[in-house]
Design a protein around this ligand. Structure first.
Ligand code: FAD
Length: 395
């Protein structure tokens, strides 16, 4: 089997890269370890930056998003008893975010892939990239008990944090930066109308909570919980009661409760590996970096990497600009680190660190809250990062 770009992983990064390259006339084969049903069953991100929205439009997969997605012009921050609306649109000169679930983005991309007729192989096991420093690398995988070989020019490692791509890079090449937080998020999805028309990020002495949403009838709520908490110990009733206890009374009174469609706990961590390229292998999205979800940046950083790799590969194939391949990692990382900084900052600002912060750090946290939520410059700072910083030109 032969292709120009072998893509490992059919999460949002692999599917979006595949769709953009296909539209540009560049051949790709996508190899995915799981079944399509499994991929679509994962409940994850829900807030799309302007740049991600624009990229989905460019990929020709935005029709349903533009019809069903909810454009949000602001978010609310509840800190130290103060309810502060962040006017994203006003503070950023007109930028907004789109609330449209990652599951829906993935579903739209899968349908586009199927309609295009471009190959995508699900349930591919033992996927392994080879000869990454060679002009003609290849990927081997097993499907239905047979071993296959896929020859290609380049490999895009879009296989998430647990994927094989990053692990295929020889030891000692990558430098890893990591921050692990002493808590996780317990998330609950329910078919209930959102408590507020905009997202609410709430700091409380009982811990952080987030009132998010996927549509006008589907809500996603999160609670900060200790790392040793178990989902089985959280009945729906316990979840709703705890959420109400962390919200101001007027908001709690409006909360519509109902049975959980899904509940899960995700530990919070920040991680970046550098560089994001090794020979003809390029790491994209969660394969190279993880953020705590507090800044709504995970999926958006994956889209940002896709944006750079896609534009570089188009110039490589159309104009012979192989010099640009070296630009991928520095370009992508400059934006990744800003996204990491913002996600870290929001996590510091809004969570309760208990004994994990000393008295000095707690005072700094209080001063940050006071400053960022009362100063016009502080509000602009949060808003411009939340809607997403601009992409750099690939030239
Ligand atoms: C529980 C959870 C909740 C999250 N919530 C939020 C949120 O609220 N907001 C936010 O912005 N971000 C959130 N994120 C992060 C966001 O979902 C990710 O940043 C995003 O999915 C990254 O996309 P990706 O395509 O790079 O990786 P992934 O979505 O992880 O996709 C990787 C794909 O590669 C496949 N794969 C893995 N290994 C192999 C292999 N060896 N061979 C072939 N295929 C392989 C996987 O099955 C998967 O389909 C969350 C993540 C998790 C895990």
């Amino acid at each position: 089997m032969n292709t120009q770009v072998a893509i490992i992983g059919a999460g949002p990064s692999g599917l979006l890269l595949g769709q953009l390259l296909h539209k540009a006339g560049i051949d790709t084969v996508i190899l995915e370890r799981q079944t399509p049903e499994y991929v679509l069953g994962r409940i994850r991100a829900g807030v799309l930056e302007q740049g991600t929205v624009d990229l989905l439009r460019e990929a020709g997969v935005a029709e349903r998003m533009d019809r069903e997605g909810l454009v949000h012009e602001g978010v609310e921050l509840l800190v130290a008893g103060r309810r502060q609306r962040l006017d994203l649109k006003g503070l950023t000169g007109g930028k907004t975010v789109m609330v449209y679930g990652q599951t829906e983005v993935t579903c739209d991309l899968m349908q586009a892939r199927e309609a295009s007729g471009a190959p995508i192989i699900y349930s591919a096991s033992n996927v392994q990239p080879h000869e990454l420093k060679d002009e003609r690398p290849y990927v081997t995988f097993e499907k239905d008990g047979q071993t296959h070989r896929l020859d290609c020019d380049y490999i895009a490692g879009c296989d998430g944090f647990h994927g094989v791509s990053r692990k295929s890079i020889p030891e000692g090449v990558l430098k890893e930066y990591e921050r692990v937080y002493p808590f996780g998020w317990l998330g609950m999805l329910s078919d209930t109308p959102p408590v507020n028309h905009e997202l609410i990020y709430a700091h409380h002495e009982r811990g952080f909570s987030l009132c998010s949403q996927r549509s006008q009838t589907r809500s996603r709520y999160y609670l900060q919980v200790p790392l040793d908490e178990r989902v089985e110990d959280w009945s729906d009733e316990r979840f709703w009661n705890e959420l109400k206890a962390r919200l101001p009374e007027d908001v709690a009174r409006q909360l519509v409760t109902g049975p959980a469609l899904e509940k899960s706990i995700a530990p919070l961590r920040s991680l970046v590996v550098e560089p994001m390229q090794y020979g003809h292998l390029f790491l994209v999205g969660d394969a190279a970096h993880i953020v705590p979800p507090t800044g709504a940046k995970g999926l958006n950083l994956a889209a940002s990497d896709v944006n750079y790799l896609y534009r570089i590969l188009v110039k490589v194939y159309r104009e012979g600009r192989i010099d640009l391949l070296q630009q991928y990692s520095p370009l992508a990382l400059r934006r990744v680190w800003k996204g990491e900084r913002f996600s870290w900052f929001m996590t510091q600002l809004l969570h309760d660190f208990g004994e994990h912060k000393d008295a000095w750090d707690q005072k700094m946290q209080e001063a940050d809250r006071e400053y960022f939520l009362t100063s016009p410059a502080g509000l602009v700072n949060i808003a411009e990062n939340y809607v997403g910083l601009p992409y750099e030109e690939v030239a």
